[in-house]
Write a protein that binds this ligand. Structure first.
Ligand code: BG6
Length: 486
């Protein structure tokens, strides 16, 4: 790994930079993964001084540093440039600063750019980086792009073309922070390091797969963005489909980014494109109404700041995807995600088929649960015998669970993902072919919804979404396994 690098952050005054990027860079620094040979150029419109920028960085890492001196030493690597992304002059200045810091820190011309601002500027930034010779082909040059990657296939394709004018696909790292989560990466181990599971990971043994991304919070201060986006674009196009691809992919030839990507892309390309009837039957949208939970009042989505009072934007979506591969043909992959639900939690339930029962009562399915957050771990439910003289079946659960995030045992996704970029490892990033295929499918659902022919179900705050999301599974003789509302 080369830890000699000049990192340039576009959007350095933003919330993400302060909450995630600076602390993640600091952890990498503390663990020795970033050497002394690095510097960070923060850019944003605000006219900050280096001293002020350093104080922002110090504040953002105050609870991670061993001493104020260590925090200050780290922050001394940060430089600030007030930057208007549309102004060519500013890139000329940026280039000078880049070259100066490259000399000073002996960074061997390695450059990492992080785009963490309004996506409409990504194309302009990429263009200027090349035309003003900041990207000059010397050293490594990598680009990290934050979501959202477009708002539909057309805008995503345009954005991609703009980036490709300056960077190759191999240099572009599209962040999906869920791919940096410990338990999502653990899916590779569960599946491909245990013959036990790999042998039954197919349509002969799996009845259905259930993916839940539940959030207790509402849209908070992001109403302006969210009202244009909605849950389908915000959580399904990226996180849900990425997770699904890891669950559904075939075994890669080896654990390399090329082989993993090839298998993931196959899943995206084999996603069944639903007919119009299936689009109506298989995808449910909802919006939270005002209500009370434990005596506390919550406003409706439409009353949230910066949200249109007549908004039809969905804050909940549920549906069923199918993948046309020999492994998983006709197996429903159910998903649901929403704001203001009962509890925060990302869980996957793999529901296995059962055999004929010899016990005079139907057998409960075996279920493998993957707890992604906030608890991390697995559980496997099997049928056992109840203690006692009589022979009764009783569920037994093999559990391995930790609250690793709370204990700080698991690294933050951004720390892992930046580490991967420094290692030139794109395994845990979204490839363009994946993004493209996911937008093709999401666009179909969005188009149907925009015609308002499909109901927008209201749901109560603190619930697990509208009834329709439960009826969806009932169509398949299934039910949601995770029921925090019960
Ligand atoms: C983001 C979405 O990608 O993921 C947010 O834009 C959502 O709306 C967030 O709240 C959830 O991430 P996490 O890591 O808190 O589960």
């Amino acid at each position: 790994m080369s830890s000699k690098v000049i990192v340039t952050i576009f959007g350095a005054s933003g919330d993400l930079a302060q909450r995630k990027l600076y602390p993640s860079l600091f952890r990498l620094y503390k663990s020795g993964n970033l050497s002394e040979h690095f510097a960070v150029i923060g850019t944003a419109r605000r006219p900050w001084s280096k001293e002020y920028f350093e104080s922002v960085v110090v504040d953002s890492i105050s609870d991670l540093a061993d001493s104020p001196e260590q925090a200050q030493e780290f922050a001394s690597h940060f430089y600030y440039q007030s930057h208007d992304v549309q102004d060519t002059e500013h890139y000329i200045e940026l280039c000078k600063l880049q070259n100066k810091l490259n000399e000073e820190y002996q960074a061997e011309n390695n450059k990492l750019f992080f785009l963490s601002m309004a996506p409409q500027f990504f194309g302009t930034i990429a263009k200027h980086l090349k035309s003003e010779h900041i990207v000059d082909g010397k050293g490594f040059e990598r680009l990290i792009v934050e979501k959202p990657f477009g708002t539909d296939l057309a805008t995503a394709s345009k954005l991609n073309e703009d980036l490709l004018a300056t960077f190759d696909e191999e240099q572009i790292f599209r962040i999906d922070h869920y791919l940096g989560k410990e338990m999502i990466q653990n899916i590779f181990a569960i599946r491909f390091a245990n013959l036990l599971f790999e042998n039954i990971w197919n349509r002969d043994y799996i009845d259905n797969v259930q993916i839940t991304f539940a959030e207790k919070l509402g849209v908070e201060e992001r109403g302006g963005y969210y009202d244009q986006s909605g849950a389908l674009r915000d959580m399904v196009q990226n996180h849900t489909l990425q997770l699904l691809s890891l669950l559904a992919m075939d075994k890669p030839k080896s654990f390399t980014k090329e082989n993993i990507r090839a298998e993931k892309v196959k899943v995206f390309e084999r996603l069944v494109q639903p007919s119009e009837d299936d689009l109506k039957r298989l995808f449910i949208r909802g919006q939270y109404k005002s209500g009370k939970v434990n005596g506390k009042k919550y406003i409706s989505y439409r009353s949230e700041p910066n949200v249109n009072a007549e908004s039809t934007t969905e804050t909940f979506v549920s549906g069923a995807f199918f993948i046309d591969t020999d492994r998983f043909r006709d197996v429903p992959f159910f998903f649901r995600t929403g704001k203001r639900l009962t509890a925060k939690g990302t869980h996957v339930n793999i529901v296995f088929k059962q055999m004929n029962s010899i016990f005079g009562e139907p057998l409960k399915p075996n279920i493998l649960t993957i707890y992604i957050q906030p608890t991390e771990g697995f559980s496997l439910s099997v049928n056992g015998k109840e203690v006692g003289e009589l022979f009764n079946l009783a569920p037994i659960s093999f559990d391995y669970r930790t609250d690793a995030t709370a204990s700080g045992a698991s690294p933050d996704p951004y720390e892992k993902l930046i580490f991967d970029v420094l290692n030139n490892d794109s395994t845990n990033f979204s490839h363009w072919d994946e993004v493209k295929a996911s937008w093709e499918l999401i666009d179909k659902i969005e188009q149907l919804w925009s015609q308002n022919q499909v109901p927008l179900h209201e749901y109560a705050v603190g619930s697990m979404g509208p009834e329709a999301a439960f009826d969806l599974l009932a169509q398949f003789g299934a039910r949601w396994q995770w029921q925090p509302d019960k």
